[in-house]
Write a protein that binds this ligand. Structure first.
Ligand SMILES: *Cc1c(COP(=O)(O)O)cnc(C)c1O
Length: 395
């Protein structure tokens, strides 16, 4: 039977019935090792006992009360985010695109509040992905996604990846700030060098611009620090979070310093569902785990273990793998075969991975994996490479 859903996704013919930690189980009992993590969403794996207990308890209480009333759960989560980061203020949304949209609006409103409403343009980078709303599409600048949707939202000027001179040349009287992902996710796990991030911060300071981060994919411990930007020593003005924050429950957050948030006054923004008690309860439980002493250090350590395993596979299969990149538990394998072909071969080994731009296959395992699971994933990746080589030889 044909599907009643919009055919906007290329779905594998596979559904899962049950999940446990880093594992997903199909209806026929087949067991898959989940190194896709629902695209960096299942930060604590599947059916994490703490998240299950939190959601069960929250479900017995009011699911939704609207933002016309106090929401203590949202207050608590906002306080924890503020305590853990550069930020002083938080706005909750339901998705990554909405969190980035709020970040863009916050940056524009900051300059408007400073009597410079003409400063509304953000400098963005080639290869960026910021979401699928009309404004975040324009920010991402991927023509393939923009075409056919009418006039492109104005206010974004794109620089080549990592090109500081180009950034400087784009700064003009209408520039509000710079928007970037510290490590581009959909773009193929491409990290901006730390020196580049520091130089962008200096440029922003020199020109009165805001540094706006999209940490929707890199945030909440994915790279071994709570925010990826921390590793460069740079402090942003605004940052968007989402994917890993709810561990599978939809939630996004826009974080800002008191100063950067100065334009977001009464009535400046809103969201019916944003910050609802279910989402913010689960978000706080995720932070309980991720911010517990030693957790992020463990992510970084497991990341080095995974990196070493991947380097070995790269050595063994140079005709399949071109290079390995990434940080913490966010890796990209740049393949010499089509990345979709590589992901399909991994799927045959019952290992879930996620294709990205630049012919890269992403590994985004739950942050709670252990060394045995990393060894198992490496074995399956090696088998997938061997399978691809055998296929190549047969042709
Ligand atoms: C996934 C993603 C988004 C969009 O998030 P949605 O929840 O799909 O709206 C935005 N920015 C980055 C960096 C992402 O990885």
């Amino acid at each position: 039977m044909t599907s009643a859903l919009f055919p906007t996704y290329a779905r594998a013919d596979l559904a899962f019935e049950r999940g446990e930690g880093a594992w997903l189980f199909a209806a026929n009992g087949d067991r898959y090792l989940d190194f896709g993590g629902g695209v960096a969403v299942n930060s604590l794996g599947h059916a994490h006992p703490r998240l299950v207990a939190t959601l069960r308890a929250a479900i017995e209480k009011p699911w939704h009360v609207s933002n016309l009333f106090q929401i203590p759960q949202a207050e608590r989560l906002a306080r924890r985010l503020v305590d853990a980061t550069f930020a002083d203020r938080v706005f909750f949304s339901n998705s990554g695109a909405e969190a980035v949209e709020c970040a863009i609006k916050t940056a524009r409103k900051f300059h408007a509040a400073n009597d410079a409403p003409e400063r509304f343009r953000l400098i963005t980078f080639e290869g960026a992905f910021h979401g699928r709303t009309l404004a975040t599409l324009a920010a991402g600048g991927n023509q393939k996604y923009i075409d056919g949707f009418g006039l492109k939202v104005d206010g974004f000027d794109q620089a080549p990846f990592g090109d500081l001179d180009a950034v400087e040349a784009l700064i003009g009287p209408n520039t509000a700030g710079v928007l970037l992902e510290p490590i581009q996710g959909e773009g193929g796990v491409r990290a901006f060098p730390h020196g580049f991030l520091r130089a962008v911060r200096e440029l922003c300071d020199r020109h009165g611009l805001l540094l706006v981060l999209d940490e929707v994919q890199t945030g909440v411990g994915r790279t071994g620090s709570f925010l990826a930007i921390e590793q460069s020593g740079v402090s942003p003005d605004i940052a968007a979070l989402a994917k890993g924050l709810g561990g599978g429950f939809p939630i996004g957050a826009c974080l800002a310093t008191e100063e950067a948030a100065k334009g977001m006054t009464l009535g400046a923004h809103g969201s019916t569902f944003g910050g609802n008690p279910l989402a913010t309860s689960v978000g706080a439980a995720v932070l309980d785990v991720v911010l517990a002493p030693g957790f992020l250090e463990r992510v970084a350590r497991l990341g080095s273990v995974l990196r070493q395993s991947l380097a070995q596979i790269e050595d063994q299969h140079p005709s399949i793998i071109e290079s390995i990149r990434g940080e913490g538990l966010m890796f990209g394998i740049k393949t010499r075969v089509a990345n979709t072909e590589f992901a399909a071969a991994a799927l045959k080994e019952k290992l879930l991975t996620i294709p990205a731009g630049d012919n890269v296959v992403r590994l985004l395992p739950p942050l709670i994996i252990d060394e045995q699971e990393i060894a198992e994933a490496a074995r399956r990746l090696g088998d997938a490479c061997a399978r691809l080589r055998a296929n190549g030889a047969a042709q």
